[in-house]
Design a protein around this ligand. Structure first.
Ligand code: NI
Ligand code: MN
Length: 225
């Protein structure tokens, strides 16, 4: 399985059987993404919440690729109102798809769509594919239940924000890694805009000081999980 990072909170998972899952594909207006929406394809698109920097180019890509959207109920209904396909889920629920299991978690944040529709609760998402669990926290502040999430769903790769202002900053993100106890932490949601400027190498040092592993992915980089 491969994980590609576009910058901000945008990732693509490609399974061994070549199923592509996009998460929060904010590409065309993402100043740090070298890859634009016309260059990506996806069978599945996951939205953590409705904000423009997460929904991004999802609708456009979904229309072109006939993708199935996976998100919380209210946001899924909004996607359907645009004439696209969605699988409605909600926080705490899991479902098995062709590629693996998806489960939504809480996230402490807000959620509305770019056209100002109610989008339900913001969420994080756990994807379990080939016995590996990836936890994309979405936009969130630190919360103690991350400990419970990690206990109930042992996490291999935790993708979490470090940019501060809208989400956790570095210190809270280090605590989030301690609570969740993933095998590897990967920082996101930083350096896209000046207001979320953050130093991922500082985060990495602090995570490693807690005897945990951290990979700082370059914007546009793809790694094998
Ligand atoms: Ni947001
Ligand atoms: Mn955001």
């Amino acid at each position: 399985m491969k994980l590609k990072y576009f910058g901000h909170s945008a990732f693509q998972l490609t399974t061994d059987s070549n199923i592509r899952i996009l998460i929060d594909p904010f590409l065309d207006d993402n100043p740090v993404s070298k890859i634009k929406s016309s260059e990506v394809e996806a069978e599945f698109i996951v939205f953590t919440h409705g904000h423009g920097d997460h929904v991004g180019d999802g609708l456009k890509i979904g229309k072109r690729c006939n993708s199935l959207f996976i998100c919380v109920n209210e946001l899924a209904e909004w996607v359907k109102s645009k004439g696209l396909k969605a699988h409605n889920m909600h926080i705490g629920g899991a479902h098995n798809f062709d590629f693996g299991k998806v489960k939504f978690t809480i996230a402490h944040h807000g959620s509305s769509t770019p056209d100002n529709q109610y989008a339900g609760e913001p969420a994080g998402v756990l994807l379990t594919i080939n016995n590996k669990t990836i936890y994309h926290t979405g936009d969130t502040g630190l919360f103690y239940d991350m400990k419970l999430i990690g206990e109930m769903n042992p996490v291999d790769y935790m993708l979490l924000p470090i940019g501060d202002n809208f989400t956790m900053g570095i210190d809270d993100a280090v605590k989030a890694v301690e609570l969740t106890n993933p095998k590897v932490a990967i920082p996101m949601h930083y350096n896209t805009f000046p207001v979320i400027a953050s130093d991922p190498q500082k985060f990495k040092q602090l995570v490693e000081a807690k005897s945990k592993k951290c990979i700082v992915m370059q914007f546009g980089e793809e790694i094998v999980l």
